[in-house]
Ligand binder design. Structure first.
Ligand SMILES: *[C@@H]1O[C@H](CO)[C@@H](O)[C@H](O)[C@H]1NC(C)=O
Ligand SMILES: *[C@@H]1O[C@H](CO)[C@@H](O)[C@H](O)[C@H]1NC(C)=O
Length: 246
């Protein structure tokens, strides 16, 4: 009996031991589970943080590219100018005609361009909006389709003239081959042949502005002083030849 009791006790002890071990094992499993849970949580947190950083970085990048494009749009004229300076191909002289309607002296200019190499010059015309240079209005084919598409209504002697000049220059600057710009009116005539003018302008590092002292001029208004003193008052025509670096 005792033996039997002992044996039962032993068995019970073993059972208890087993239970205990099982419990301990179960606890160990639970502990393992919770460690894994914590690790999983950390992992999730890490992924979340990295994702957030990624999104933030992406937004920041977008911001940068936005300000980049804003910058380039605001400095586009400058970059096209530096493109013109960097240009290494055959340079062109851009002839910019600012005219009221048609070109009355187109036949003279036609002869002038006749003796030029077509790769050495370009022509831009700013005339009344809607005016078309074709066989019905023009005697020289050089002026066909050379009118700016964005031309504006110009009033003589008003700031719209400057606006039109800027449109001409802006359009000519789009072609980096244009390295010299000759602004002309409809009453200008070429006094020299093309090759003379081309080599003269290309060889010169200067810009040209037509300006002279007119002793007989009566248009000076004393109210322009002191901004424009009488001694600085000059007369000039529309002709200017700026360098592309200007
Ligand atoms: C252009 O004019 C210059 C100077 O007037 C002259 O020496 C040259 O021979 C002319 N060239 C042509 C192609 O007519
Ligand atoms: C055209 O340009 C080339 C290269 O700049 C020059 O050698 C040639 O004399 C030019 N032609 C005329 C007609 O000016």
């Amino acid at each position: 009996m005792i033996e039997g009791e002992e044996g039962r006790k032993g068995a019970k002890r073993i059972q208890t031991y087993e239970e205990e071990v099982g419990g301990a094992m179960a606890m160990a499993t639970t502990a393992g589970m919770s460690v894994r849970n914590v690790l999983w949580l950390w992992w999730k947190l890490l992924v979340l943080v990295s994702l957030t950083i990624c999104v933030l970085a992406f937004l920041k990048l977008q911001n940068y590219s936005l300000s980049d494009s804003e910058l380039s749009s605001s400095t586009s004229s400058i970059s096209s100018r530096s493109r013109a300076v960097d240009y290494t191909g055959n340079p062109k002289v851009a002839f910019l005609f600012l005219v009221r309607r048609n070109l009355p002296l187109d036949f003279l200019w036609g002869n002038f361009f006749e003796n030029a190499d077509t790769g050495n010059f370009s022509i831009y015309v700013h005339s009344e909006p809607g005016f078309v240079f074709d066989e019905s209005t023009t005697r020289s084919t050089f002026f066909y389709n050379r009118q700016l598409t964005n031309s504006i209504k110009v009033a003589w002697g008003e700031s719209s003239m400057i606006q039109a000049e800027k449109l001409l220059l802006g359009t000519a600057l789009d072609d980096p081959a244009n390295q010299r710009f000759v602004l002309l009116s409809d009453s200008c005539v070429p006094l020299y042949n093309f090759s003379f003018i081309y080599s003269y302008l290309m060889a010169s590092p200067r810009s040209f502005v037509d300006s002279f002292l007119d002793k007989k001029d009566v248009r000076y208004n004393p109210r322009m002083s002191p901004y424009i003193p009488m001694s600085k008052w000059r007369k000039g025509s529309q002709v200017i030849v700026p360098q592309s670096e200007l």
